[in-house]
Design a protein around this ligand. Structure first.
Ligand SMILES: Cc1cc2nc3c(=O)[nH]c(=O)nc-3n(C[C@H](O)[C@H](O)[C@H](O)COP(=O)(O)O)c2cc1C
Length: 210
């Protein structure tokens, strides 16, 4: 195993600090070799029973992308209509997708009961397959940040509709719809914090002890 020098830990912390949920993208594509590398790194993530339940789906077809965009618009309008007054105005001012500019769309699905892993670790906690897929997504996100590539996680969508649009096995669970591309800007704080929607809570950085 390589020895990671102390300076590396500092740089790694900077990577965690600068990883952003990106909503503003340049339109130029990320080279295929870079995307392949990100997928390979994502697959180094841990998974329950070594089940590797994740399925990364590249969404390239313009019609499917347009259908996903329309689904987001509908879900976002529904979310907006459930809010009132100044809260609704603030919600409407947020950029919550990034689907139009991002050159790459990647849906991440999860197999709820894969043969791989032979059921190990899932009997009492079946959700562990989903969590394994989330770990792969986070690994992808961090590797992308290190490569200067931005990732935005879109969850204001109807998972059943998206599965139909993508024509994937209905047994697969949609975990994430990712917008991927070079970011149009960089910031060391979440956009939602900069826009006054929410802030990081210092109390979350304290242990709960029992
Ligand atoms: C599971 C998950 C779903 C998310 N869905 C959305 C979304 O639909 N729209 C959005 O604008 N941001 C979404 N985000 C991004 C969060 O708003 C963002 O991670 C958070 O504000 C912290 O910002 P940062 O990632 O830049 O640190 C999602 C993040 C996660 C982890």
């Amino acid at each position: 195993m390589p020895v990671f020098p102390p300076a590396f830990s500092g740089q790694l912390h900077e990577l965690f600090r600068w990883r952003r949920d990106v909503r503003h993208f340049r339109r130029d594509p990320v080279p295929e070799s870079v995307l392949e590398g990100l997928l390979a790194t994502a697959c180094l993530a841990p998974s329950v029973g070594l089940s590797e339940p994740w399925r990364f789906v590249r969404v390239d077809d313009p019609d499917r992308r347009a259908a996903v965009r329309a689904d987001f618009s509908q879900c976002n309008a529904d979310a907006l209509s459930s809010r009132a007054g100044s809260e609704a105005r603030r919600y409407a001012s947020l950029k919550l997708a990034g689907l139009d500019d991002a050159p790459h769309h990647i849906a991440v699905l999860s197999h709820p009961d894969p043969e791989q892993g032979r059921g190990l670790g899932r009997a009492t906690m079946p959700q562990t397959t989903t969590w394994s897929t989330v770990m792969a997504i986070h690994t992808f996100w961090l590797a992308a940040t290190a490569a200067g590539v931005g990732v935005g996680w879109v969850s204001i969508i109807n998972p059943g509709h998206i599965r139909t649009i993508l024509d994937v096995d209905p047994a697969l669970e949609l975990v994430a719809y990712l917008c991927v591309g070079y970011p149009a800007g960089q910031a060391p704080t979440p956009e939602l914090e900069r826009r006054g929607w929410e802030r990081r809570a210092p109390e979350r950085r304290e242990w709960v002890r029992r």
